[in-house]
Unconditional design. Structure first.
Length: 759
């Protein structure tokens, strides 16, 4: 049978065809009920690809020849005003789309960052480097120009109100919005707000159709003084449509829930309250949804329980609470705070596996032999009581330090940074510490072998060190800390991966409608571009469409001077993991079965999988809260829609989190400017330009610029190959990969750029 899009095009090309609306089109094609549902979707894709257009009466016809040459996609601006357009998924016969198109600043028409636009490609001329600040100068893309804006990304912006003489305008916070917005005097539209120049405001955009005129808008809300933590946070909320507060209907439902787990709720559940169970999480963890248990069996076997907070016991499908959680899709973790998926009574209370509290869980029990080979898997509903809330630093100390006095000295996380500190290690007896240490070391002995087996099987080690930004009690960025993916992280990771894989395999084998975490194979074209980029850094690779070559590349980059930046480029060359109703495998992990099961407090996808788990993988007792008459059900169609929605909410949260990181990072370095004694930062040179050096701070992995004028000990000139600057008198050479200490010299909060000078 021909694909539906081919049938549509064939009909529209027929000489006798007269434009029909979708109903007429469906009848003419003789579509059955199932395929009729796909018609609107296929027509939308064909229109996006510029192959069909709507004419009078919403009828459909082939696009005009000049329209069919256009390509639609999302436009992303750079601070320079230049932009890139990533095409929509192409569905015509002309072959694969370009990876992206370069739009010169003067050819962007009235597009704004994030808009969906129609572009006309120019004849290929070889392209060129795209100007702009960054770790890398740019790639080579085909040039194009914007013909029209198809759809605005948003109708409001957040920025700083400014005044020049009698004119007011708003300068957007996001430097990728390269146009200021002209606004009338806010005192006339919002007199009670007391808005002043320098305030952070929300501006509603008016229609902008003429590029030679400045965009116009109207201030509709004051968020506070620009750069104050509360105002900056409010700006992120508005930009990404995040809502910290919950609707009254949700709070009313939550108010009816108990404050603690009742004694009768243990019935029908396996009781693990007196067994070795504990959690390991970051210092600043706001909620705790996974715990591990350990039981040593005969013949050297061990049974490891992965206990996950049973959110489904409290969040019933179809309730106001459930609908709101689904709308949010996931929690969003901004620097210093969280916008939770669930109200605090659940996310920090009933569902959070805090120390010394009874909590309901769903568990995956994994039995391993002494060689860490999986012997059996079992699923159950459990009740636990965590013995200890450990941080990764404390777990690392217990793994590799024998001195109990040194272990006791490991600090608790700051109260204002976490949902629960747990007891200080110094309050534990020698026996308690020794037991805890023994359990963790036994777990690591299994996790270490699991990791070795996984990597040997071709799983990609894509974990990157992170820069953690900690705030003070007032919300200002206080310190930066590099967080490595060390053994304490790997211990937790391996058992979470194993539990996710076990649940995915079980739901697939039982053919249950469920959600899977899918990571598709990368595009060979993007991998080829990555290979070309790596060559400019003298990194030679084989065919990156072959998994062993990617594994080799990751090993090479682990010791490379620009390893972090180049690994980031590798990640951008891979496809994004998504939620899908079909078990299509996970490229990065090299697993055919994978889902998300282990974080239902912060991810709605995991809550959905818990309901599937509860429906078919766990034996029911008559006293179980999820009795036969209350089991939730999902159709395959519902799972498809949920997967698309949750993939979008995840992306929105990730972008908000990155925005929060950028704001706080610049805030931290601006505060450094005002210190009497400047902090010295170790840096590495990542790019050389005639105007100076691009650098990366090795501890915080922050990029900055060291202007040529800051090198005052000599006159520096670029080498012929532009890989270094050389002092005319001293012959001192500063080139790619060289290290030096620097201090902060200047910060531009609006452009989010930092300049440094030699320490």
């Amino acid at each position: 049978m021909k694909k539906l899009k081919d049938q549509i095009l064939e009909l529209l090309r027929a000489p006798q065809y007269r434009p029909l609306d979708e109903t007429g089109l469906s009848k003419a094609l003789g579509l059955d009920k199932k395929r009729r549902k796909l018609l609107t979707h296929e027509v939308r894709l064909l229109a996006s690809a510029g192959l069909v257009q709507r004419v009078k009466g919403d009828r459909l016809a082939l696009a005009a020849p000049e329209e069919s040459e256009l390509i639609t996609g999302r436009i992303s601006f750079r601070q320079s005003g230049h932009a890139l357009v990533t095409p929509d998924r192409r569905i015509n016969e002309r072959g694969p789309a370009e990876a992206s198109y370069f739009i010169p600043a003067e050819e962007t028409d009235v597009a704004l960052h994030g808009d969906r636009v129609a572009i006309r490609p120019e004849a290929k001329t070889g392209g060129g480097r795209i100007p702009g600040r960054g770790a890398f100068g740019g790639e080579r893309e085909q040039r194009a120009r914007v013909v029209r804006v198809v759809e605005r990304a948003r109708d409001t912006l957040v920025g700083q109100l400014k005044r020049v003489r009698n004119a007011f305008y708003v300068s957007p916070d996001d430097p990728r919005f390269v146009h200021d917005i002209s606004v009338p005097d806010p005192a006339t539209s919002l007199p009670r707000e007391g808005i002043q120049p320098g305030d952070k405001v929300v501006v509603k955009l008016k229609t902008w159709t003429e590029r030679h005129r400045i965009p116009e808008g109207e201030v509709i809300e004051r968020l506070g003084k620009t750069f104050e933590p509360r105002a900056e946070l409010a700006g992120v909320y508005r930009k990404f449509d995040l809502t910290p507060e919950f609707p009254d209907a949700v709070l009313a439902e939550v108010a009816k829930l108990p404050d603690e787990v009742g004694p009768d709720e243990a019935r029908g559940r396996e009781d693990y309250r007196e067994k070795a169970v504990f959690t390991i999480d970051p210092d600043d963890a706001k909620d705790f949804d996974d715990a591990l248990s350990l039981e040593e069996l005969d013949h050297g076997d061990v049974r490891i329980g992965v206990h996950i907070a049973d959110v489904s016991a409290y969040v019933r499908q179809g309730t106001a609470l459930d609908r709101e959680a689904q709308r949010r899709g996931n929690s969003t973790y901004l620097v210093g705070t969280v916008v939770p998926m669930l109200p605090e009574k659940l996310s920090n209370g009933l569902c959070s596996l805090v120390e010394a509290k009874d909590r309901l869980c769903k568990a995956v029990f994994l039995t391993f032999d002494k060689r860490a080979r999986l012997k059996g898997t079992r699923f159950a509903n459990t009740i636990i009581r965590s013995r200890k809330r450990l941080t990764y630093k404390q777990a690392y100390g217990l793994l590799f330090t024998d001195d109990l006095t040194a272990i006791r000295a490991l600090p608790l996380p700051a109260k204002h940074q976490t949902g629960s500190t747990g007891r200080a290690l110094r309050s534990l007896t020698d026996a308690e510490l020794t037991d805890l240490q023994g359990w963790i070391r036994k777990l690591w002995s299994v996790a270490k072998r699991l990791r070795e087996q996984r990597m040997a099987a071709g799983s990609l080690d894509l974990d990157m060190p992170e820069t953690k930004i900690y705030v003070d009690a007032e919300g200002y960025a206080e310190r930066l800390e590099r967080s490595e993916h060390d053994e304490s992280h790997q211990l937790i990771e391996e058992f979470m991966l194993a539990a996710n894989e076990a649940v995915a395999q079980a739901t697939r084998e039982k053919r249950l409608p469920s959600l899977y975490r899918v990571h598709d194979e990368p595009d060979s074209e993007k991998l080829g571009e990555l290979r070309d980029l790596l060559a400019t850094f003298h990194v030679k690779t084989g065919d990156l469409t072959k998994r062993p070559e990617v594994v080799k590349l990751l090993a090479t980059l682990a010791d490379h001077a620009q390893g972090y930046s180049l690994r980031s480029q590798l990640l951008r060359s891979l496809k994004k993991a998504v939620y899908r109703a079909s078990p299509d495998g996970h490229y990065g992990l090299n697993k055919s079965d994978y889902t998300h099961f282990t974080s239902p407090i912060r991810r709605y996808a995991d809550l959905v999988v818990h309901r599937v788990f509860d429906q078919a993988l766990v034996k029911k007792s008559s006293r179980d809260a999820h009795s036969e008459g209350r089991r939730p059900t999902y159709s395959a169609g519902q799972m498809d829609s949920l997967g698309e929605h949750l993939s979008l909410t995840e992306t929105n949260s990730q972008e908000a989190e990155r925005e929060s990181q950028k704001i706080k990072l610049v805030e931290f370095f601006e505060r450094e400017l005002h210190k009497k004694i400047k902090t010295r930062f170790a840096a590495i040179i990542t790019d050389v330009r005639g105007q100076g050096l691009f650098i990366e701070l090795t501890e915080s992995m922050t990029f900055g610029f060291l202007p040529l004028a800051s090198l005052t000990d000599d006159q520096y000139l670029p080498t012929a190959d532009s890989t270094a600057l050389i002092g005319r008198r001293t012959k001192r050479k500063l080139g790619l990969g060289d290290r030096l200490d620097v201090v902060v010299a200047g910060v531009d909060r609006f452009k989010r750029q930092m300049d440094f000078k030699p320490a």
